[in-house]
Design a protein around this ligand. Structure first.
Ligand code: OGA
Ligand code: MN
Length: 283
């Protein structure tokens, strides 16, 4: 297994690893350590089946089941694609395209769940020739960039995360009544502390407000914090090669897709989502 750093602050590439093998405890720990330190781990050349993807993912924890209303619902996989069974690109108003659009906002997977995801594993099956990158933003770097008084101000804050908050900005009908009822807003800590690598901010598109603050004050504070996310050097932008497999730490980075450039070509990605062990409120 050979590693190479990718972004300035986050991202590391592994070559010479076959994720289809039975993973030894040592190798599993090595990968987990790389994830803790670099937040994003890219493993090249993994032409794996969905079952192999699931098996590899389960070395790192229990997998979330895909919720109703998402492609792959009821299984351990989420299918992200912009084309139908016949291979035709679906209309921009199709749920699948709208969900892809929602993925273009910075977010952390499942932050709208009481126990949110700790990591996600995404496999690229079909990629367009231009655009359709996945970008990662170091929320440790963002935290570190905050002025001391702002760090103090937000130290103990708790945010509300709501699935329908971000989604309804994309399209009022994107979140069904069933989804709304199944996914009521939840509270998450704003500042997470990794004992080894320090503090990070837990935010993203699902975050609707800060608990216990008047709405305008809460929006202003979130806006103020978000100004510090605007820094290229905190981002690793991944240009996909076929069969890249990426693992990321949902509690240390936010991620987003970038638009496909030019003619819309097929894009097919398959994801597993590893559940966290505890709510962020216990961090
Ligand atoms: C995801 C996601 C972004 C992309 O799978 O969780 O947000 O680039 N994907 O497809
Ligand atoms: Mn995502």
């Amino acid at each position: 297994m050979v590693t190479k750093k990718l972004g300035k602050l986050i991202g590391i590439e592994i070559t010479g690893l076959d994720t289809r093998i039975d993973l030894s405890e040592n190798l599993k720990n090595e990968i987990s350590d790389l994830l803790s330190e670099f937040s994003v781990v890219v493993i090249r050349n993994q032409n794996i089946t969905n079952d192999q993807h699931i098996k590899f993912s389960e070395y790192f924890g229990n997998l979330e089941l895909t919720k109703a209303g998402t492609d792959g619902s009821g299984s351990k996989l989420i299918i992200l694609r912009n084309f139908d069974e016949e291979g035709n690109i679906v209309a921009p108003t199709d749920r699948q395209r709208l969900n892809n659009l929602a993925n273009q906002e910075w977010h952390s997977d499942s932050s709208f769940k009481i126990i949110p995801s700790k990591l996600s594993i995404l496999s690229a099956k079909k990629i367009p020739s231009k655009g359709g990158n996945t970008e990662f933003l170091s929320m440790r770097a963002v935290y570190n960039a905050l002025p001391e008084n702002l760090k103090l101000e937000i130290e103990d804050k708790v945010c509300w995360h709501d699935y329908s908050h971000g989604r309804s900005k994309i399209d009022a009908n994107l979140v069904t009544r069933e989804e709304k009822e199944a996914l009521p807003p939840v509270k998450q800590k704003l500042v997470l502390n990794n004992k080894k690598y320090g503090k990070s901010l837990y935010l993203g598109a699902h975050c609707s407000s800060i608990d216990g603050m008047p709405k305008d004050e809460s929006q202003n504070l979130l806006k103020k914090i978000n100004l510090y996310t605007n820094n290229e050097s905190f981002i690793y932008s991944h240009y996909w090669k076929p069969y890249d497999l990426i693992m990321w730490d949902n509690r240390a980075v936010l991620h987003r897709a970038t638009p496909i450039q030019g003619k819309i070509e097929q894009r097919l990605m398959v994801r597993t989502t590893i559940a966290g062990e505890t709510s962020t409120l216990n961090y």
